[in-house]
Ligand binder design. Structure first.
Ligand code: GLA
Length: 382
């Protein structure tokens, strides 16, 4: 992204130059709604990111400006002085979480902007938290590791945004590496880089342009609560089960009838999805992309029918993918709108994107957007 406008705005608002930082959005190949259940995920950072130019101002206030919304705000760093603008809560939350860990941050000036599409399931919010976290850590020499910065971003979502998210988005935004996915164990936070350059295939996202908002209606948090209730029931007999990651399908079957039917079917999806990710990693090692694609379709089916986080627009794009011989396709991220991720043979890509987009527009009177996936680096100073 061209960052000239950020620099110009910063200078015109605050009369000097700051330092520019960035942190990316993400894709996730497979492993959805598994992170807060202690399972595995397989995300990669993308070349779309949030940017912030920032400089300490020697006062006790933060002066912030959201360039894409053309909106200024000012707040102090005390708990009671929470800003009212939604976007500013991410900045405020990161500062507060750092403060809770015993670090002192004084006032600063900041301009934010970015090209991660909002509400597209590509983690624009995590990208913002991580850009701000990385910047403050560097400018005020706070000594946090990238892993700790990811946890600070996640805590910001929990405590200042109200989404009880897992660790996937912030982790990949902080630790992403060009050309690689990360296979992350969300229980231990152990991870390994998995080089991803499938020969003859491409990843493409299609954005339904139906904006998802995970905080609205609390649907995301309700999914998490369903899983937690089932864990509590299983743990009565199997106290070693602390998360769905620890449970087997047989243990789940034992509580059938004792748990709410919706909770049950959601938990079944999660346990299956954790196994699907492991199977996908095995297929990746063998360069068996047909199996990877098959698993992606299975995930879509599960997210739609069992976990109930799809929507007619996403299901339609999934059907289109099947129609045009796309190798794998599924709803990506939290769901309820946003993008599908598609693994498609290079020679089928153009036809699929064109035909599916036209059919989609005809059906829903919304113009979808397609993005080629380029796996990029995590948070950094520019
Ligand atoms: C959102 C959350 C993540 C994860 C995904 C679903 O992106 O922020 O923690 O739960 O949904 O996989």
């Amino acid at each position: 992204m061209d960052t000239t406008k950020i620099k110009e705005k910063f200078n015109s608002l605050y009369g000097e130059d700051g330092v520019l930082y960035t942190s990316p959005g993400r894709i996730n190949l497979i492993g959805e709604h598994t992170d807060y259940n202690g399972g595995f995920v397989l995300p990669g950072a993308v070349d779309k990111a949030m940017y912030c130019e920032i400089k300490p101002n020697g006062r006790d206030k933060v002066r912030a400006f959201a360039l894409d919304l053309n909106e200024p705000t000012e707040f102090s760093l005390h708990e009671e002085d929470k800003p009212k603008e939604g976007w500013a809560k991410y900045i405020f939350g990161v500062c507060r979480e750092m403060n809770k860990k015993g670090r002192e941050i004084s006032g600063f000036d900041i301009v934010i902007s970015g090209d991660v599409p909002l509400g597209a399931g590509m983690s624009s919010s995590a990208a913002l938290e991580c850009a701000v976290g990385f910047a403050l850590n560097d400018l005020f020499s706070l000594g946090f590791t990238r892993r700790e910065l990811a946890l600070i971003g996640q805590a910001t979502e929990h405590n200042y945004v109200g989404v009880k998210c897992g660790i996937m988005d912030q982790f990949i935004s902080c630790l992403g590496k060009k050309g690689s996915l990360i296979r992350l164990d969300c229980r231990s936070l152990e991870y390994e880089y998995v080089p991803f350059a499938p020969k003859g295939y491409k990843l493409v996202l299609i954005n339904t342009c139906v904006e998802h908002n995970l905080a609205a209606g609390g649907e995301y948090n309700k999914r998490r609560e369903s899983c937690e209730r089932v864990v509590a029931e299983i743990a009565k007999k199997h106290p070693e089960v602390k998360l769905l990651r620890d449970a087997t399908l047989d243990q789940l079957k034992e509580v059938k009838g004792k748990t709410d039917a919706t909770d049950y079917i959601r938990s079944e999806f999660v346990i299956e999805e954790i196994q699907r990710l492991l199977d996908t990693c095995e297929a990746l090692q063998k360069n068996d992309y047909e199996t990877v694609g098959k698993k992606m379709y299975e995930t879509h089916e599960g997210l739609s029918k069992k976990y109930s986080v799809s929507c007619p627009e996403l299901d339609f794009l999934n059907e289109q993918a099947k129609k045009y011989g796309v190798t794998g396709s599924r709803v990506m991220g939290g769901g309820f709108g946003g993008c599908t991720i598609n693994l498609v043979k290079e020679d089928k890509m153009d036809e699929f994107v064109k035909e599916a987009s036209e059919a989609y527009e005809k059906e829903f009177h919304i113009k979808p957007k397609a993005y080629d996936v380029v796996i990029g680096d995590g948070a950094r100073k520019l």
